[in-house]
Design a protein around this ligand. Sequence first.
Ligand code: MN
Length: 258
Amino acid sequence: MKRVRFRDPAGAVRAGEWLDEDGSPAGTDTAGTGGVVRAGGREYAPAEVSVLAPCEPSKLVCVGRNYAAHADEMGGDVPDRPLLFLKPPNTVATHGSEVRLPAGKERIDHEAELGVVIGEQCRNVDVEAAMDVVAGYTCVVDLSNRDDQRAEQNWVRGKAFDGAAPLGPVVAAPGHVPADASVELWVNGDRRQSASREQLIFTVPELVAEITSYLTLQPGDVIATGTPEGVGPLDDGDEVAVRIEGVGRLVHTVSMPA
Ligand code: MN
C-alpha cells in the first residue's frame, strides 16, 4: 500500500491510498504523477487534490556521509558510526510545492534521500526487530545551504530553514521497495544523482537501532538515510524531482530571492 494525505477539492484533509493506473496497490512508480487517489469510498484524480506530506514528523533524523562516493565528493572520510543531525517540523515541504530558499546565498544544494517513516513510538530497538517499527519509505530532499553549513557547528541555518525537507508523495509499505531500489534525482529533467540503496554504508535496521539507543522516535518521524554522490547547486525556478523505486516521484520547485 502507498499511503497519501491530501486536501480534497472541498478543503477537507483526507488520508487514503495512491493506486497505479491499473488500480494495483503493488505498482511501483506511478505515485507523484498519474494513477488515482482513493479515500473514504471516493476516487480522485491526483490533479484535483492538494497532496500533503504523507506523515507529520515531530523530527527528521538525518544521516550524513552514508554513501562512500558522497563522503568522497564532500572531502570527508566515511564515519565509523552514523553522523546524525536533526531537521525540525518547519522543514517539511509538500509534493508539488515551491520552496522559498533563504535569500542571498551562493550555494544551496539538492540531496536525494531514502526516507524511513516510523510507524510506532520506539526506543532501544534491536537491529533484528528494527523493521517492526518501520511503516514504510518515502522520498526526501535534504536541501542544504552550504554557505552557512560550512560556517556553523550545528547546521541550523544550513539544514533547518523553512521548507528544507520536501517529503513524499506517499509512504510505501516496505514490501514495495526492493533491497536494491534505485534513488535518483533530476534538476529540470537532467539526472544529477543515481544510486542503489544497497550502497548505504549503515543500513536501515542499523540506523533505527543506533538512533533509538539515544532518543525516542514517534509515529510519523522520518530518518533521512543520506545522499549519494552528485549533489549540486540549485537556481531560482529549478524543478527538483526525486524518484525512489517502489515509492514514486516527489517533485517540487525552488525560488531563490536575491
Ligand atoms: Mn543529507
